[in-house]
Design a protein around this ligand. Structure first.
Ligand code: HAM
Length: 410
């Protein structure tokens, strides 16, 4: 038997209904904040992602050569494609641009619960504005979207300038290695690495900074920074807004395009793959041939949100099943059409079996059975059976619609 590719999933209707429901809630919050949907191709020229996305992503990409000999990649994320699109199509639009997407991404990772090779992101990009208020908007929007999904989560906010200030004089690739140890809270690994490089004197200040949880303490370690006012303004907006968050100077992010504020959100009930959101401030447009444009955004790992929610019980039921005899077929089709036009979820039995057999199947999934035989066909009436109580009524079609309509959940 052929199987689906490793790290991918099939979704049966019960699961798809739950996914669509949550996706819809996310879209609705985006809409209320003025964000509008965009769409980019599933594959792009490889170069788009090798310019600045970082080693981690490059290692995990699905890369292929097309028939014209061009190197292409399935998108591992959408920030680079969205900024490419901005440079191509959107640079003359009035700014700031508020865009969102719900799209699948591909990364060749080792699959496990919450980590897949095809996964979906709900993301937003706020393009063309450079301020603490814009950064705060992104964090507050992330909080509101995740709240609407019903999961329990913790927000961690940092700023790259903090660690950078401690590492001035250290080469950029070396900084990246050090920041990765701090991000993973691998302090033993960091100690080994620093001593190998003859930089052990950095260990104490770096780990103290990584563990600091308030701004005063942070600036006592880093000293004054050019970004200090901006960072203080951001955190003061977050404090005013009342959302719970943790200041976390160790956040490094796995992508290389971030320039300032960075943030990550973790689901409280998940294990290793608990990061449900990542984002921050970045600059990419100038690398794709546009003007240098400040931007910020985030992407939610939609599948991890669904794992965190767990199975939320039985999905919406079928409302009406129509059992019919061959003589009743044409009237049954009219009845089905009328119920559907009224917004009622209606299924016509297709088995051609006896009415008794049809009813026993319908009673497994529906709230009402509508029975249509020769008599109903002649009188243009409908026999409506409420399946829970067993109560049966002969009704005109408009009355049948009214009777059934009350139980359709909206
Ligand atoms: P990212 O942190 O690489 O950031 O991905 C965002 C989220 O996608 C992660 O927090 C995680 O929840 C989810 N995710 C990543 N890999 C997988 C996987 N293999 N399986 C399931 N979920 C996964 C970005 O992609 C940036 N483009 C975010 C951004 C937007 N920054 C600014 N704007």
């Amino acid at each position: 038997m052929l199987q689906k590719p490793r790290g991918t999933r099939d979704f049966l209707p019960d699961e798809m209904e739950q996914r669509r429901e949550i996706e819809g809630r996310m879209r609705e919050i985006g809409r209320r904040w003025g964000y509008r949907e965009i769409c980019t191709p599933e594959f792009e020229e490889l170069e788009l992602f090798t310019i600045r996305s970082g080693e981690g992503i490059i290692q995990e990409m699905y890369v292929f050569e097309d028939k014209g000999g061009r190197m292409m990649a399935l998108r591992p994320e959408l920030t680079a494609p969205v900024l490419r699109m901005y440079v191509n199509e959107g640079k003359n639009l009035p700014k700031p641009l508020r865009w969102y997407y719900f799209a699948d991404c591909f990364r060749y990772e080792r699959p496990q619960k919450g980590r897949y090779r095809q996964f979906w992101q709900f993301g937003v990009e706020l393009i063309g504005v450079d301020s603490a208020l814009a950064e705060a908007e992104i964090i507050l929007l992330a909080e509101e979207i995740l709240s609407t999904t019903g999961i329990s989560f913790s927000i961690h906010v940092g700023h790259l300038a903090l660690m950078r200030s401690m590492l001035s004089g250290v080469s950029e690739p070396e900084q990246r290695i050090i920041r990765k140890f701090l991000d993973k809270k691998d302090f033993d690994g960091l100690a080994d690495h620093l001593s190998q490089k003859g930089m052990q004197d950095l260990y104490n200040s770096l780990t103290r900074l990584a563990s600091s949880r308030n701004l005063q303490e942070v600036f006592a370690i880093t000293g004054d920074l050019p970004e200090r006012e901006r960072i203080e303004e951001l955190f003061s907006i977050l404090d005013q807004s009342g959302i719970p968050y943790t200041l976390d100077p160790a956040i490094a992010r796995g992508l290389d395009y971030y320039t300032g504020m960075v943030f990550e959100i973790f689901a409280n009930n998940l294990g290793t793959e608990n990061q449900v959101l990542g984002g921050g401030t970045y600059r990419l447009a100038h690398l794709f041939g546009g003007e240098d444009t400040p931007s910020c955004g985030f992407a939610i790992g939609f599948d991890r949100v669904m794992v965190s929610r767990g199975d939320q019980g039985p999905p919406r039921r079928l409302i009406a099943g129509i059992a019919h005899t061959p003589e009743g077929r044409d009237w049954a089709l009219t009845v089905a059409r009328t119920l559907r036009a009224a917004g009622i979820r209606t299924e016509l039995d297709l088995s051609g079996r006896s009415i008794g057999q049809q009813l026993s199947r319908i009673s497994k999934s529906a709230d009402y059975a509508l029975i249509i035989g020769e008599r109903e066909n002649t009188t243009q009436m409908v026999t409506v059976k409420e399946l829970l109580s067993g109560v049966q009524k002969q009704l005109t079609l408009p009355d049948a619609v009214r009777e059934v309509n009350v139980s359709e959940p909206r």
